[in-house]
Write a protein that binds this ligand. Structure first.
Ligand SMILES: [Zn+2]
Length: 340
């Protein structure tokens, strides 16, 4: 029985108080938390949950992938046409409005977030940052057509009575990954960087720029918002989730710097004898794994109660940070403490 079926079955029995309490305790223990009964049934039945989170703004989730769409009096603005939802995205829109989709915003170029774009009306404008456009122009992937509107740093999208402010600062999770801000509704969206309540996806959210990923957490805190949408984990977050994310990334960086400083690769080689045997290259893998284990052992007790699922992915985060320090991050204080 799949997890969604279990959740739905659990809540169907919520007519009796004792079952409700049992469900709540059981689901909290699984890390799923207290999903609203109607939403749990929606995921099991329709394949998605749909929840209004602001004036005309709808949170749409299959509990692994999230996005939003915005209903204006002159059309619907879709953010990230998720392939896990496919045409169900259009079904969700039809639940709340008969307005046509007039605009599609790509948060970034990754297929797992925008791979259903070709299922949406061909006349809709597609908007993305210029790096995303360059990549999609090169890929020629029919599932995610290139945008007809692109921007370098900022784009103000006004459709009828709705305003979305798009902004790009620097590469982070991916080149071209943008902020999507709705100032009137105090909603901020940034995909694949912050996972409210959870540890990041492995390898620091498969970040292509570790320094940029840390910095964009702090830049997110400069926005005026109350609700945060992160692209994954089935729930929205808030300012505290971003503060936790920044603190965690800073802790990983500080710890990785420590474990690398405590034992350098040349020091490690002296203890193995592999250099004399001409096998230094393989020894480098062993060295990294030893330092990863040291990083993991120090961080897990401090952070495993704060971020769900951390034990599953922490070694990958330590490894990505160690590699980031080896190949790109500047020396000195932790990136999260720097004022840029
Ligand atoms: Zn991505």
């Amino acid at each position: 029985m799949c997890l969604h079926t279990i959740i739905a079955a659990c809540y169907r029995r919520c007519l009796h108080a004792i079952y409700c309490i049992t469900c709540a305790v059981a689901l909290a223990m699984t890390g799923i938390g207290l999903m609203q009964p109607a939403l749990a049934n929606d995921v099991a039945g329709k394949g998605y949950q749909l929840r209004q989170i602001g004036d005309g703004v709808y949170f749409l989730s299959d509990t692994a992938y999230n996005t939003i769409f915005v209903v204006s009096d002159q059309g619907v603005i879709v953010v990230d046409p998720l392939p896990t939802l496919g045409k169900k995205y259009l079904q969700a829109i039809a639940e709340v409005t008969a307005q046509p989709v007039t605009h599609i915003i790509y948060s970034h170029e990754h297929l797992d977030h925008i791979g259903a774009a070709s299922l949406f009306p061909a006349g809709a404008h597609i908007i993305a940052q210029a790096e995303t456009k360059r990549s999609l122009d090169h890929l020629h992937d029919p599932r995610r057509p290139s945008p007809d509107i692109s921007f370098e740093h900022a784009y103000r999208l006004e459709v009828g009575n709705q305003l979305l402010e798009l902004a790009y600062t620097s590469p982070n999770h991916a080149p071209g990954n943008i902020f999507i801000h709705l100032p009137r509704q105090k909603i901020l969206m940034l995909v694949d960087v912050i996972y409210p309540g959870y540890a990041p996806y492995p390898n620091l959210g498969v970040s292509t720029d570790i320094g940029g990923t840390i910095r964009i957490n702090r830049q997110a805190l400069d926005y005026d918002f109350q609700t945060f949408v992160g692209g994954h984990v089935g729930n929205t977050g808030n300012r505290a989730d971003i503060e936790t994310s920044l603190a965690f990334l800073t802790a990983v960086e500080v710890t990785a710097r420590q474990v690398l400083a405590e034992k350098t690769f040349p020091d490690y080689l002296k203890t193995t004898g592999l250099a004399a045997a001409g096998e230094s290259w393989f020894a480098h893998d062993d060295y990294e794994q030893e330092r990863v284990n040291a990083c993991y052992t120090r961080l897990l007790p401090v952070w495993e109660q704060r971020l769900k699922g951390l034990a599953r992915s922490l070694k990958s985060h330590c490894w990505s940070m160690i590699v980031g320090l080896a190949i790109s991050l500047p020396p000195g204080a932790a990136t999260g403490d720097k004022a840029y």
